[in-house]
Design a protein around this ligand. Structure first.
Ligand code: ATP
Length: 225
C-alpha cells in the first residue's frame, strides 16, 4: 500500500515558484482502484509521478509497502519501477519501429529475463488484452485503442503490484474509451492490482470505487465517508 505523508513538490518556472503539491497526505490500500480528477494544472500528473518514482518530491514521504521512494537511490528506484510499478500514458508511448510484441518485451529487459521467457510472457500479455493476433504489427498499423492495449500489456507483463495511468483514454473516442476502461476494470478485478488513474473524464471516474480530486496542489477524497 501507499502511505503518503506531507508531500510537497515545488517547480521553478523562471523566477516563479510553482507549488504543484502542497502537503498531501494520503493512503491507498492494496487492490484499490482510484481515480484522480481535478482542474488542469492542479497537480494530478505530479502526484502520479511521485507515486511512480519518476520524479522526486521536494519534501515529504511516499512509502510503497513501507519503503520510501523519496529516500531511494536512482538504482533502487529503477529496480522498483522495473518490477513493481507499471505505467500507462495518454500518448501510449510505444516505440514506433518495434512491433507490438517487441514493445511489450522491452518491459522485461531491465528485469534481466531471458529472451525466450520474455517472448512467451509478452505474447500472453498481448493475449490478455485481446491482441494475441497482432504481435507482429507496428504501432502505426494499429488503431489508438489497440495501441493503448499494447501499452497496457507492456505495463502488465512484468506482473507489477501497481498500475499508474495518466489520462489513458484522453486520446480515444467515446466507444474506444469505454472499451479501455472495461479492460482496466476487468484487469483490476482479475488480478488484484492497485490502480491509480488520472482522468479528466467523469464517465471514467464514475467507474472507480474511490475518487480523489486534486486542485491547487491539495487532495480531497470525494468518496470519504
Ligand atoms: N517539470 C515541470 N517544470 C515546471 N513546472 C511544472 C513541471 N511539471 C508541472 N509543473 C507545474 O506544476 C503544476 C501542476 O502540474 P500537473 O501537470 O501536475 O497538473 P495536472 O493536474 O496534471 O494538469 P493537466 O490536467 O493539465 O495535465 C502546474 O502549474 C504546472 O505548470
Amino acid at each position: 500500500m501507499y502511505q503518503i505523508d506531507d508531500l510537497t513538490k515545488t517547480y521553478q518556472q523562471g523566477k516563479r515558484v510553482v507549488r504543484a503539491l502542497r502537503g498531501v497526505s494520503l493512503t491507498i490500500g492494496d487492490g484499490e482502484l482510484v481515480a484522480v480528477q481535478g482542474p488542469t494544472g492542479g497537480g494530478k500528473s505530479t502526484l502520479l509521478q511521485m507515486l511512480g518514482g519518476l520524479d522526486r518530491p521536494t519534501s515529504g514521504t511516499v512509502k510503497l509497502d513501507g519503503a520510501d521512494l523519496a529516500g531511494m537511490s536512482d538504482a533502487q528506484l529503477t529496480a522498483a519501477r522495473a518490477e513493481t510499478i507499471g505505467f500507462v500514458f495518454q500518448n501510449f508511448n510505444l516505440i514506433p519501429t518495434l512491433t507490438a510484441l517487441e514493445n511489450v518485451e522491452t518491459a522485461l529487459v531491465p528485469a534481466k529475463i531471458p529472451r525466450q521467457t520474455r517472448n512467451a510472457r509478452a505474447l500472453a500479455a498481448l493475449e490478455s488484452v485481446g491482441l494475441g493476433d497482432r504481435g507482429d504489427h507496428l504501432p502505426g498499423e494499429l488503431s489508438g485503442g489497440q495501441q493503448q492495449r499494447v501499452a497496457i500489456a507492456r505495463a502488465l507483463v512484468k506482473n507489477p503490484k501497481v498500475l499508474l495511468a495518466d489520462e489513458p483514454t484522453g486520446n480515444l473516442d467515446e466507444e474506444t474509451r469505454d472499451e479501455i476502461v472495461d479492460l482496466i476494470v476487468g484487469l483490476w478485478k482479475d488480478q488484484g492490482l492497485t490502480i491509480v488513474l488520472v482522468t479528466h473524464d467523469s464517465v471514467v471516474a464514475q467507474r472507480t470505487p474511490r475518487r480523489l480530486r486534486i486542485a491547487k496542489g491539495a487532495v480531497k477524497d470525494l468518496t470519504a465517508a
